[in-house]
Each structure stands twice: as C-alpha cells, then as structure tokens.
Design a protein. Structure first.
Length: 179
C-alpha cells in the first residue's frame, strides 16, 4: 500500500496541529450554541473523530452518506444521498464536516438540501481545500490545508475504498488510478 504513494503531502504531525487549530476556532465561534456537527461519510470519519475529541463545547453529531465518486478518481456530478440525518436540525446551528472540498458540487447540493430544513445557520469545515478544481460557487468557512490539484488519499480519503487508514495525506501515484 505504501508503495502506491508518490509522496506525503501532509504529515501526521501537521494534521494533528491543524485539527487542534480548527477545533479551537470552531469551539470559540459556537460557544453556547450547541451546534450539530454533520459528518459526511465515509471520507470525513477520521478527521471528524479527531476534531470532535478536541472540541470542548456542548454539541451533537450526526452523519450523512453522500457520494458522487463511486470507484472513480473524478466526481460523476450526480449526488446520491445514501444515508440521511437521524435528527431534526430546524433552528439548530449546523457545521458540515467534510474531508475535501474539490469541485464543490456535492457540498453545494448538500448545503441547499439542508437549508430546506430551516437550520439557524450552516457552515462548512473541510480538512482539505482544492480550489483549482472548483466548479460550484461554494467555500469552506473553516479549512485545514489548501492543496494542489493532485489525487490524495489517507486520513479517511480513499481511492476505491482503499488507503483510508493511512495516518497522513499522500499523493497517489497516477498509474494506480489511471482509467
């Protein structure tokens, strides 16, 4: 598995420091607001678990499963919700937790979808931001790292369900995902 990685883009130590920084900012912004953190499965689960352990305010968590990639390296553009929320978010402050903001189509769709449920607010926290690929008019309110237009895996991010368990963010060798 490690032989499939071209290079480490973000180390374990850098991830840990950035997650703490994001947790501190979010906790300060949402103090006394009891937000609902919504993790977008499967990619955000590692990031969200680490983030939630560092956020020291009252909050709730929930998950949605949303896909537009399947086993491809590029989004199909069609957003498919395979698991919806298990709780009502009306009047609640919502923070969407995502692994990567790439084209933005999925998060744009999801934000509009959730706005129909009348939350008090919706913000987006993403570990990685890849602005070079942006197609939708959407930005993260909180983001960890601005990354180049390369295919990355690890720390929850996958290619065909592999590499999620890497403790760092690595650039996948192009020959692995060439179509």
């Amino acid at each position: 598995m490690l032989n499939d990685i071209e290079r480490v883009l973000v180390s374990e130590a850098e991830l840990e420091a950035k997650v703490q920084e994001l947790a501190d900012k979010i906790a300060a912004d949402y103090k006394d607001k009891n937000p609902v953190f919504i993790g977008i499965l499967k990619g955000s689960f590692v990031f969200m678990a680490d983030l939630m352990r560092k956020i020291n305010i009252y909050c709730d968590i929930d998950f949605m499963a949303v896909s537009s990639y399947g086993n491809k390296s590029k989004s199909s553009g069609a957003v498919n919700i395979t698991k919806d929320l298990g709780q009502d978010i009306e009047g609640r402050h919502v923070v969407i937790i995502e692994d990567i903001l790439d084209s933005g189509r999925t998060l744009s769709y999801l934000k509009k979808y959730l706005m129909n449920r009348a939350p008090a607010s919706i913000s987006i926290c993403t570990l990685l931001d890849k602005p070079a690929r942006r197609e939708a008019d959407i930005n993260a309110d909180y983001f960890g790292f601005d990354i180049p237009d390369e295919f990355v895996v690890g720390y929850g991010l996958d290619y065909a369900e592999h590499y999620r368990n890497l403790p760092f963010i690595g650039v996948l060798k192009p020959e692995i995902y060439s179509e």
